[in-house]
Ligand binder design. Structure first.
Ligand code: CP
Length: 308
């Protein structure tokens, strides 16, 4: 058993396989708490957590807030649109002012890659990355890993295909780091504009054909087309993208019958994933959301434990 020593959770790139497994094991214990009639534990009683989302979020924000409530923390939710960032205050000044109020943890989402690393280096309080640009989304990858382990028992030799807008995806990057460390084989697939060959340098297989990508996959993780991060045409039209890389009922014939279909959400229904597949038997999408709560409780519990 390892001892957790990090005051921040910034990404999976920095974590060892042992640390990742330790988080998943801790999350498994917290999942049991959420299945009880009384779903609350006093682990963070007396601690204050600020949720600071400078980019939109549904799942991650609600899941973190619920995780903090279940751990009995005091919570403050800050919206960037209602903060003094709009008056020209720098991000660092904003978070230093938050820290001056004796806050213990800051959970932050930001559109700038590395923003959380930047503030974590300069704050004594803990920082948890809730997604930074196209860089990392560690708790999403951890909940994906948790779901895979719960469903399939482990990672060694598992074939995982991540399909879609890999270029702009923090979810893909965090999943790649985690899956490779744990011994899975990773394929990334999509149009060459969104899945350049350079990704091979990370140790993954690059594929530009959906049938090849899904054929031997034990897990197919579909990613959202990120309209908000695209400033040039990466494919001719949404319809064209969907016809080449969207998973439809017919695509299931080309896959292992028991393959898991995952998606971090939000889904563009009938673009990357047909509605009947998103809601079908292979889909574990809502189980991912459920597991996200346990994973975030584990992460908050571990980093809070490093507060001096
Ligand atoms: N998966 C995910 O990060 O979803 P939100 O953007 O809704 O938080």
């Amino acid at each position: 058993m390892i001892q957790w020593k990090r005051k921040d959770l910034l990404g999976l790139y920095d974590l060892s396989a042992e640390e990742i497994i330790f988080i998943l094991d801790t999350a498994a214990e917290f999942k049991k708490v959420s299945e009880r009639r009384v779903k609350k534990v006093p682990a963070l009683r007396g601690m204050t957590v600020v949720n600071f989302f400078v980019e939109p979020s549904t799942r991650t924000r609600v899941s973190f807030e619920l995780a903090e409530q279940r751990l009995s923390a005091d919570i403050v939710n800050m919206q960037a649109q209602a903060s003094s960032l709009l008056k020209g205050e720098t991000l660092l000044d904003t978070v230093k002012n938050i820290e001056a109020l004796q806050v213990d943890l800051v959970v932050m989402r930001h559109s700038a890659p590395g923003a959380q690393n930047f503030i974590a280096d300069r704050l004594k309080c803990g920082v948890v990355n809730a997604g930074d640009g196209a860089h990392e989304h560690p708790t999403q990858a951890l909940l994906d890993l948790f779901t895979i382990r719960e469903k399939l028992g482990g990672f060694k030799g598992l074939n995982v295909s991540i399909i879609g807008d890999i270029l702009h995806s923090r979810v893909a990057r965090s999943n790649i780091w985690g899956l490779l460390k744990l011994g899975a084989n990773v394929t990334v697939a999509g149009p060459s504009t969104l899945v350049p060959r350079e990704f091979e340098e990370l140790g993954v297989r690059v594929c530009h054909n959906l049938k090849d990508a899904v054929k031997d996959a034990d897990v197919v993780n579909m990613l959202r087309i990120q309209h908000e991060r695209q400033n040039s045409g990466f494919f001719p039209s949404i319809g064209e993208y969907s016809s080449w890389f969207g998973i439809k009922s017919a695509t299931l014939q080309d896959m292992k019958p028991e393959a898991l279909i995952m998606h971090p959400g939000p889904i563009n229904r009938d673009v990357e994933l047909a509605g009947e597949v998103a809601d079908g038997e292979n889909s574990v999408i809502l189980e991912q959301v459920t597991n996200g709560l346990a994973v975030r409780m584990a992460v908050l519990f571990l980093v809070a434990g490093c507060r001096k």
